[in-house]
Every structure is written in C-alpha cells, then in structure tokens.
Design a binder for this molecule. Structure first.
Ligand code: PGA
Length: 240
C-alpha cells in the first residue's frame, strides 16, 4: 500500500486526478471502477474541467460502479445512477451505453447481482476508485462481509444509514438495502485508488493501513492487493 498524505480535500482530489488521468490517457479504452459519495466529487470536478480545457476524451472509456441503493433508480436524485450522471457522465464525452451500475429497480435483486458479477468478469477494472465509510466499509461491504464476497444484496449498517442521513431531507428516507460489488470484485481490479478526507475517517483509515486485516474493517482487505494507492488528507491520516 502506498500512502499519500495531503494537506486538505482539494489537494487529495488533485493527486487522485493525476493518477486517474494517467490511466485514461495511457489506455483510452480503460475500464474505470467508480464510486459515489462526497469524497470523489472533487476528483470528478477535476476530470470534467480537464475534459473541457484539454479535451481528454472518455468516448471509449467503460465504467463499472460499486453499488446502488435497492428500490430506486434514475428517477430519484438520491440514486447513484443519478449522481454519476450529474457529477461526471454529463460533463465528459462518455457514451452512457458504456457506463454500468447495478440496477436498483431490478425485480429480482439476486438475479441482478448474478448479472453484475458476470458483467464484471467481462470488464475487469484497470483502476477501482473507492471511498471509505467511517465504519471501514468499501462499496457497501459492511463490517463482517467476507473478503471473498462477490456482488450481493446488503442490509446497510445502522452507522451507514446514520452517515448517509445528512443527504436526505427526511432521515427515514435513507434506503435500508443496497446492491454492492463484493470485496473479491474490488480486489480483482488491477489498481485500487482509495480516498479519505476528514477526522471522522481517521479510525477507519488506521484499520485499513495499520491494523491486521480483519473482516470487521472491510477496507483492511486491501492490504492483500499488490497495487493500492491511499490518498488521505491530514485529518483522515491523524491516527497513522
Ligand atoms: P463519503 O462516503 O464519500 O460520502 O464519505 C464514503 C463511503 O461511504 O464509502
């Protein structure tokens, strides 16, 4: 694991962008594993700005996202498909047909997980971008998720529902379930880029980087991956 500590969120985003751009420029057909949440927004802003200013093209780039809430889709501004279109896909020249997320509206969620696993086999990630939950989750792989897990239906942890309530008008509206890539699907990526900002992530970052790998901190599974770059701001790095 290579750990880079930055002064603040803006610097974290700029460093992450350098790595992401290198992947996109060196392989215009790269598969990007993407993430939602507050953490990657600064990186997506850099990608959009660079596309507009320098013409970096995403027209043949393929994407696979980590997760989606169960029961909502593009019609909801809380869905992750809506988030991706708003913060990235509508701001670069990507072909939406090349973008993939689990379908939160699938009638048969188990069949949807099987479809997504099969899709991931055909689209191995050249890079997988991750945030980290305050409880150490990656994707929606909550504490206790086996490291060999693949895409599955998740009952969100109470702490995740609490963390995400800030984004909903009524905290009771936070979905209780999601579809998420498993930890094994994440570890299949050629390169992993994980970002964290803020003091509320410090304990999870410590568990990921310094503690023995343990299912109670899902991000610690990344210690078993040969190419992981961790970019954290000073607040998130405070326990390292
Ligand atoms: P955040 O979420 O970027 O909104 O903090 C990260 C995560 O839960 O993985």
């Amino acid at each position: 694991m290579k750990v880079i500590v930055t002064k603040n969120y803006e610097e974290m985003s700029a460093r992450a962008f350098e790595i992401m751009k290198e992947v996109v420029v060196s392989n215009p057909k790269a598969v990007l594993g993407l993430a939602t949440g507050s953490t990657p927004i600064g990186l997506y802003d850099c990608m959009a700005e660079d596309h507009q200013k320098n013409g970096t093209s995403y027209k043949d780039i393929r994407t696979v996202n980590l997760d989606e809430y169960l029961g909502i889709g593009i019609e909801s501004d809380q869905s992750y498909v809506y988030f991706m279109r708003k913060y990235l896909f509508s701001r670069v020249d990507i072909d939406l047909a090349n973008t993939n997320l689990p379908n939160g509206k699938a009638e048969d969620p188990e069949a949807e997980c099987a479809r997504y696993n099969a899709l991931l086999k055909t689209l191995p990630q050249d890079i997988q971008l991750l945030g980290i939950g305050s409880n150490g989750h990656i994707g929606f792989n909550e504490p206790g998720t086996p490291f060999d897990s693949v895409t599955h239906v998740v009952a969100l942890a109470e702490s995740t529902i609490r963390d995400n309530a800030r984004l909903f008008e009524d905290p009771n509206d936070v979905p209780k379930k999601a579809l998420s890539m498993g930890i094994a699907n994440i570890l299949d990526a050629k390169k992993v880029l994980i970002l964290a900002s803020g003091a509320n992530k410090a304990k999870a970052v410590y568990g990921m980087v310094k503690a023995e790998p343990d299912v109670n901190c899902p991000a610690s599974a990344l210690q078993n991956h040969p190419d992981v770059i961790v970019i954290v701001d000073e607040a998130a790095a405070s326990l390292l």
